[in-house]
Design a protein around this ligand. Structure first.
Ligand code: NZQ
Ligand code: ZN
Length: 386
């Protein structure tokens, strides 16, 4: 096993922690506050940020959409350059934080920002970023990745650069009280699939990574089971939100994936569903995931068996791996999340052609932990998900 691991994001976890952001941003720095469609104005988060920044000079950019587009974020890049911004504060979910990362990188680059997504421009320098998280799902608040959509072409691509990893992240579970139920469920599913992408792969005897991954999967499964029973007004509701926020962070902060094989094929195919049909990110994953696991059974059997016993408490047997995938699918269904292609405008056959066309255009033709999921295999997976 070989890996290099560093995660320098300072996490501020708990109620009232938004006030601490002033400690992380020198008061002589000019701040660009970036946020989304306005939920933070309605739930008091904006007011807390304004209070925390009262010693700072700052400007704001709002209107980052779910699945942030380059077209929108380029307007913020212009502001960052014109205003000579020193620090970018993202206040929102994964979309706002990803959008802010793009702005941070593009503000230090003179060419077209899309070069950062295609890899033409390797990001080595970025404006420092901090995050106030309002939706637990992606882990973007302490990782180095960002996913940006080009609206004009429906391309949804990602980039990774340590320079855009937030220096600090405020995780106050209270701010999630205003999240609609379907967004909470999206968070459970997204975090769950993040762990699976780093865990249901060829076994390498990494008992620490496997053990952490299984602890996160058991936690997320429990949170899913508690979902309909939890009482938002009671302490149990506070605990539920806190556990989701921390699980989702740990699921994609680099720790469980260090030194082990990773897959991400479900994500790559899911991104195309979002780019083409606007399917919520978490839901796009659930559509692909069970079919992909069944299709890739030969490579994933050993880990599915391990997961079946250590996460779901299933009994041993020849069909343990198959029963584990059934349990994963039942978990999604218990949250009213579909596992078949549901949201698209044309017939399903045309939708599959469109998704394959996108995968090809993005050179997503060798996906999976062993790079063996070709376009033909993606077609078979999608046909299994009809
Ligand atoms: O825009 P506002 O008004 O804030 O509303 C948002 C948005 O409509 C709302 N919301 C967020 N916090 C709220 C709230 N509403 C009420 N109360 C609150 N406290 O929720 C909606 C969805 O927000 P969004 O940020 O889009 O959701 P999420 O955090 O799931 O992010 C999804 C994006 O992250 C990318 C996805 O592809 C997608 O573009 N991902 C980023 C990753 C990363 N950087 O590591 C990894 C992931 O796999 C994922 O691909
Ligand atoms: Zn995800």
């Amino acid at each position: 096993m070989e890996f290099s691991f560093v995660n320098p994001t300072h996490i501020r976890f708990g109620k009232g922690q938004i006030a601490t952001i002033s400690k992380h941003i020198p008061s002589n720095q000019k701040v660009l506050v970036i946020y989304g469609g306005g939920s933070i104005k309605r739930n008091g988060v904006y007011d807390q940020v304004v209070e925390a920044l009262k010693e700072h000079t700052w400007v704001e950019f709002s209107g980052v959409e779910p699945n942030p587009t380059m077209e929108t974020m380029d307007k913020a890049v212009t502001i960052a350059k014109q205003e000579q911004i020193d620090f970018i504060l993202a206040v929102g979910g994964g979309s706002v934080i990803d959008g802010a990362k793009y702005v941070a990188a593009a503000a230090c680059y003179d060419g077209p920002g899309w070069d950062i997504l295609t890899g033409k421009q390797r990001v080595s320098k970025a404006t420092p970023v901090g995050a106030v998280l309002t939706l637990a799902a992606t882990g973007s608040e302490s990782n180095a990745g960002a996913v940006i959509t080009r609206a004009e072409t429906h391309h949804k691509l990602s980039f990774f650069a340590p320079a855009v990893r937030p220096q600090f992240a405020v995780l106050d579970p209270d701010v999630m009280k205003t999240l609609p139920e379907h967004q909470l469920i999206n968070g459970v599913v997204d975090a769950w699939v993040h762990v699976c992408e780093q865990y249901i792969n060829t076994p390498t005897g990494a008992i620490v990574q496997d053990g952490y991954a299984e602890a996160l999967l058991r936690s997320l499964h429990t949170l899913g089971q508690q979902f309909h029973q939890r009482d938002d007004t009671e302490e149990s509701g506070d605990q539920w939100r806190a556990n989701l926020m921390w699980s989702a962070n740990q699921a994609l902060n680099g720790l469980i994936g260090a030194g082990v094989p990773q897959d991400w094929a479900t994500h790559m195919i899911g991104h195309e569903l979002t780019a083409l049909y606007g399917v919520d990110h978490g839901r796009s994953l659930a559509i692909i995931h069970p079919s992909l696991l069944r299709h890739q059974m030969a490579d994933k059997r050993a880990k599915l068996e391990q997961m079946g016993q250590n996460v779901f408490g299933l009994t041993a047997g020849d069909d343990l791996a198959e029963r584990t995938v059934d349990a994963i699918e039942a978990f999604y269904h218990s949250l009213d999340v579909a596992t078949q292609l549901t949201e698209h405008t044309e017939g399903k056959e045309q939708a599959i052609e469109n998704i394959l066309g996108q995968l090809e255009a993005h050179r997503m033709v060798k996906l999976g932990e062993n790079r063996t999921i070709t376009l033909e295999q993606s077609r078979e997976i999608l046909e299994m998900a009809v």
